[in-house]
Each structure stands twice: as structure tokens, then as C-alpha cells.
Ligand binder design. Structure first.
Ligand code: AMP
Ligand code: MN
Ligand code: MN
Ligand code: MN
Length: 284
């Protein structure tokens, strides 16, 4: 398992805001040449039994995964967990608490969007929700496109759902220490997801990496669909500076919406150590 392995360690199913079932994702990953796969639904691990059994049935190497929503310095940051015991009670309970505020947040979003001129957003978003525990901004975006207010989900985020826009409801997620602690406590490894996406500034980013490392975090997504070529180089440098391992994941959600398909990312740069060096023993 070297740095050229076609690993895809970040994607979403209908258990959060993806549109495909875990078994469909497993088949798609294999068809696209993925050699190591993880399903990482937002704050949710109920899809992992299906992911693991589907991957096993087709001989696709698979890890457990999750993407935990964290509030760090007032900014939402995502921490991916990989290769943990998905039956570990403190992890299950921590994720349950992290999901708990989503329904009220969604009701507040619906009311705010109504004031911004978008009718029926809560009920409309719910039509796209498969797992009632996990209503996300993505489900609202799909409804707002369907209702004709915007032409694609990216435009919805730009106009209505990004921070500071009329449908954005601030929310307090898990703490960084709790998220890394739940993952490590369940025997997994923690990874900072798509670091270029956070509006932390240079000092805030340095604080995130330092505190993540101090809490026992091990990895950073260097190659992800959210990163440009210079960003890949920048986070490869950050891995070396902080002594962190590099991960790779498409963040695939939906064939129609995602910029990048499963397994179709650039290779990891040769200068970093792949996180799968650490994960070998946990592959199913
Ligand atoms: P939530 O956890 O409910 O805040 O929703 C976060 C999800 O919204 C992310 O995981 C993405 O799937 C989606 N998202 C965030 N920003 C954008 C964007 N600019 N364009 C499209 N999807 C986005
Ligand atoms: Mn998402
Ligand atoms: Mn994310
Ligand atoms: Mn994601």
C-alpha cells in the first residue's frame, strides 16, 4: 500500500446527504478502480454495516468512516474518523448528541428562508431526507433547485446557505477535543477534512493544526476535490511541518452534483506519508 494506491477515504450515502446507498457506492468505487474505500457520512455511522458487507461481498478493501461536524474558533470544521470500532458506545453516544440539534436548526432554516421569499423549504427539504436524524443544508439546496429558485446547489449555497446568507443558522457542533477523542477512543485515526475550505486565517489554521495534533489527531486530507493544485502542495508542506499523515478522498455525494467521482482524484504527492500506512491492520 504505497502512496499511489487509489484510496478514496471520504464520501457520503443516503445515511447523510449523499444520494446513493452504501452498496451502490461500493460498486461504483470498485468500478472506478478504488483500492481502499471508506464511507464517511456526516455525524452518522448507521450506514457502515451495509458499506462493510457490500464491500466484503465484492472484495473491495474497506475501512469504517465518519465525518464529524466540529466548532473550532467559531468556525465549522470537519474531522474525518477512519478505521474505528463502530460499535464503541462513547462514539455512538457522541455522534447521537452531535446530530441532536439538526432538526431544530432545520426548522429555523425553514423559517428564515420563508422570510427570504422561499416557500415550504422545511417540508421540501424533508422530501430529500432518507435518515430523519440527519437533515442537512444539502437537502435544502436540492429542494430550492427543484422549486426553481436557483439553477444548481452551488448557487443555492452562494445565495442562501453559506455563512452570512439569509438561510444560514449558526450552530454549535462538537468540540475538536471531543471529536478526536471519540475517534481515538474507538481505536481509529482522526483526519482534518478539506482544510482549505475553512475561513480561519493563517493564525487560526495554525491553531487548528496544533490543537488537533495535541488532541492526538494523525492526518490531513491533502488530496480532495475541494483542493486546487497549489492547495495540495500547501497541505503536503503542512503535513511535514506538523508531522501528520496525508489522506485522500473525493467527498463524493451525488453523480449530478459532485465535481469529482469516486476514485478519480490526483495521486498523493510523493513527499508525504499516506495515512493508510497507519491503517493497514484495520482494513476489512
Ligand atoms: P450541514 O452539515 O448541514 O451544515 O451541511 C454541510 C454540507 O453542505 C457539506 O457537507 C456539503 O455537502 C454541503 N455544502 C457546503 N458548502 C457547499 C457549497 N458551497 N456548495 C455545495 N455544497 C455545499
Ligand atoms: Mn455533505
Ligand atoms: Mn465536509
Ligand atoms: Mn464530506
Amino acid at each position: 500500500m504505497d502512496h499511489l494506491l487509489n484510496a478514496d477515504l471520504h464520501c457520503h450515502s443516503v445515511f447523510s446527504d449523499g444520494t446513493l446507498a452504501p452498496e451502490v457506492l461500493a460498486r461504483r468505487a470498485q468500478a472506478n478502480g478504488v483500492g481502499l474505500w471508506a464511507l464517511t457520512d456526516h455525524d452518522e455511522i448507521s450506514g457502515l454495516d451495509q458499506a462493510l458487507s457490500s464491500a466484503r461481498a465484492i472484495g473491495l478493501p474497506c475501512l469504517t468512516g465518519v465525518e464529524i461536524s466540529v466548532t473550532f474558533a467559531g468556525v465549522t470544521v470537519h474531522i474525518v474518523g477512519l478505521g474505528f470500532d463502530h460499535r464503541h458506545p462513547p462514539l455512538i453516544e457522541g455522534l447521537r448528541r452531535t446530530r441532536a440539534g439538526r432538526e431544530q436548526r432545520a426548522r429555523d432554516m425553514g423559517a428564515d428562508l420563508e422570510r427570504a421569499g422561499i416557500q415550504g423549504a422545511f417540508d421540501g427539504a424533508m422530501k430529500y431526507v432518507d435518515n430523519p436524524d440527519l437533515i442537512s443544508r444539502t437537502h435544502f439546496a436540492r429542494y430550492i433547485v427543484e422549486a426553481g429558485y436557483c439553477s444548481d446547489t452551488h448557487e443555492v449555497f452562494r445565495k442562501y446557505l453559506a455563512e452570512g446568507k439569509p438561510g444560514y443558522v449558526p450552530h454549535r457542533w462538537a468540540s475538536l477535543g471531543d471529536a478526536v477523542g471519540w475517534i481515538n477512543g474507538a481505536g481509529g485515526v482522526a483526519v482534518i477534512a478539506h482544510p482549505a475550505r475553512y475561513a480561519l486565517g493563517i493564525n487560526g489554521e495554525y491553531a487548528l493544526f496544533s490543537e488537533f495534533k495535541a488532541h492526538g489527531g494523525l492526518g490531513v486530507e491533502v488530496v480532495t476535490s475541494a483542493h486546487s493544485v497549489p492547495e495540495v502542495a500547501r497541505y503536503a508542506d503542512m503535513c511535514r511541518e506538523f508531522g501528520l499523515l496525508a489522506s485522500r478522498g473525493s467527498d463524493f455525494h451525488c453523480p449530478q452534483e459532485s465535481r469529482c467521482d469516486l476514485g478519480s482524484l490526483p495521486d498523493l504527492p510523493g513527499s508525504v506519508t499516506p495515512i493508510w500506512a497507519e491503517l493497514r491492520a484495520r482494513v476489512d
